[in-house]
Design a protein around this ligand. Structure first.
Ligand code: NAD
Ligand code: UD1
Length: 343
């Protein structure tokens, strides 16, 4: 019997990480999670084990900036590859606390890379973001489009991408996938795990869900004067389970000799929806009225952002499959079953 591949998942207790753990375990991987729980709860991993029907997920409460702590993990397990989700992700907070963002995201990644080098682990899947395209001149966005940053969070992703490109160039045996996510939404179809933002959500979908359960009286729609069909912002919403599967596809691609050792790939659906279309879709899924008012544009927002998903299809043999109806229905199930998230 061949040995199971062991994958270290940093930030694995978080929203995308926990969904990815499910897909990894179901695909036959051994999963080790490192997370400092700064934006998550270990409860998500307990539920992962319940959903999959497996032993408790191996978990280390370690900060990725803690080199000794990370080295202990690498010394206790023969890790084959790393999927690196750990990071801070709130754009507004990053403008207020840039040093904390560069420390956590950039220094944390550098520490992780040092430990990977020391233990000769040379396969890495990194959570990048469509934010690296800044304000795109045209849509759909292709991977060769110019990159830029409009805030410290986005700049931390750009810097990490550059570090990883430099590393791969210096050591071509490294295999690195930069996965640029568009807008992850949705929840596991069991309703047991989902997005659990702390405090007031910054993103559209969790905010809509909280209006639907009555936590907030109404949604503020940030501008209706964009050059889009109905004037509201257009985004490429992708179901988190599709996104999670994209990570398994990236690991598989590492074993395909046709695939280059450095990949930068969009993970999106290729389909854009406006804010008003999202409200309508959620109303249909939940049978709740979503009250909203139009307010000023949010600083830093772009009019339209959606992916050309073709490269992921070619290189990873992956494409998003779940519809907007499923995204909304799954968020609604999670929100209803867990009105207070994991608490
Ligand atoms: P999340 O906050 O739910 O998950 C991130 C996890 O990393 C959390 O569990 C947090 O506790 C952990 N973490 C943070 N800093 C850490 C550190 N120093 N050491 C150890 N653990 C740490 O966020 P998510 O939505 O699951 O995002 C995962 C990754 O994907 C992030 O890197 C994020 O920037 C990126 N991303 C997210 C989105 C999105 O909309 N959710 C879009 C594009 C990219
Ligand atoms: C935001 C982040 C981006 C990150 C992405 C995915 C900002 C400026 N950008 O992008 O860096 O990669 O999330 O996590 O925060 N909207 C409302 N009302 C709300 C919330 C959102 O109208 O209460 C609108 C927005 O103007 C936008 C759309 O809904 O048109 C989606 O917003 P959001 O979910 O925050 O995602 P992004 O703006 O794409």
């Amino acid at each position: 019997m061949t040995k199971k591949q062991t994958i270290l998942v940093t930030g694995g207790a978080g929203y995308i990480g926990s969904h990815t753990c499910i897909e990894l375990i179901q695909a036959g991987y051994q999963v080790i999670v490192v997370d400092n729980l700064s934006n998550s709860s270990q409860e998500s991993l307990k539920r992962v084990a319940t959903i999959v029907g497996c032993e408790p997920v191996v978990f280390y409460s370690v900060d990725i900036r803690d080199q000794q702590g990370l080295e202990q993990v690498f010394s206790e397990h023969a890790i084959d590859s790393v999927i690196h989700f750990a990071g801070l992700k709130a754009v507004g907070e990053s403008v207020q606390q840039p040093v904390a963002y560069y420390d956590n995201n950039v220094s944390g990644t550098v520490t992780l890379l040092k430990v990977m080098q020391k233990y000769a682990v040379k396969q890495l899947v990194f959570s990048s973001s469509a934010t690296v395209y800044g304000d795109p001149q045209t849509v759909p966005i292709q991977e060769h489009f110019p990159r830029s940053a409009t805030n410290p969070y986005g700049r931390s992703k750009l810097i990490i991408e550059d570090i990883l490109m430099d590393l791969q160039q210096s050591a071509p045996e490294w295999q690195i996938a930069l996965l640029r996510y568009f807008n992850p939404v949705g929840a596991h179809s069991s309703g047991q795990i989902g997005e659990d933002p702390r405090g007031v959500p910054n993103n559209l979908m969790p905010y809509i869900a909280r209006v639907a359960v009555g936590t907030y009286p109404q949604l503020s729609v940030f501008g209706n004067d964009y050059p889009t069909p109905d004037g509201t912002g257009v985004r490429d919403y992708i179901h988190v389970v599709d996104l999670a599967k994209g990570h398994v596809a990236a690991l598989h691609a590492f074993h395909n000799p046709q695939v280059p050792h450095l990949l930068a790939v969009n993970l999106g659906t290729g389909q854009g929806y406006s804010v008003l279309e999202m409200i309508k879709a959620f109303e249909q899924a939940s049978e709740c009225k979503i009250a909203y008012q139009i307010v000023e544009r949010r600083a830093g927002d772009v009019a339209a952002c959606f992916a050309d998903p073709q490269l992921a299809k070619e290189l990873l043999a992956w494409q998003a499959e779940k519809s907007l109806v499923e995204m909304c229905a799954d968020v609604w199930r999670w929100q209803q079953q867990n009105p207070k998230g994991y608490r």
